[in-house]
Design a protein around this ligand. Sequence first.
Ligand code: SF4
Length: 225
Amino acid sequence: MELRLDGTHYPLETLGPGKRLGVWFQGCSLACAGCMSRHTWDPEAGTPATVSAVLALWRRALADGADGLTVSGGEPLQQAPALMELLAGAARLRDGARRHEGSAGPHPADLLVYTGHEPGELTPERWTALGGADAVITGRFRVAEPTRLAWRGSANQRIVPLTPLGAARYAPYLDRESPGPRLQTAPAEGGGLRLYGVPLRGELIALERRLKQSGVALTERSWRP
Ligand code: SF4
């Protein structure tokens, strides 16, 4: 199955526990004020990919000992069939790798999905699309509700564990700060810099200022209209 992606990154260490494969779906019509990923809004932008190509990345990440998969965007539910297929395939590969290892690893890798929909907006169809995840982080980004909660950008966002693995992995962080760094940077394909994670209020402006002081002027920023 085909889908449109904003990108992928491994190892991602700022959106969920441990070392993860990050997959960003392209397209989001929710248009939160203050969104740091405006480049993911246009459903026709990004790059075409296939679920099997993403699963090949996941297979490699598992072989490297990844702690989990994080699917974000954009809004993954705007490509619900591809999301469902990706989650089902990722669980199959994870469980297969686990059987092969004889459960020797420290813990199975978990599957986490970000959606901008609030819990009350999650219809049965949307829950079905999310059903393969171990945990979901719900809710719009609300710029007026800053938070230090782990892996969340605003205080309304909720971590919802969906499986025993999700509960074991995420319950300790429902009301806690992130155990690791909140932002990581990496060179972007085609030049520029990519930021992964959830900045604190004012952190992006501070980063722009620091870069400017070091002689690096940003010409485009995904968090500016
Ligand atoms: S914060 Fe997330 S849900 Fe909101 S507009 Fe940006 S990508 Fe969409």
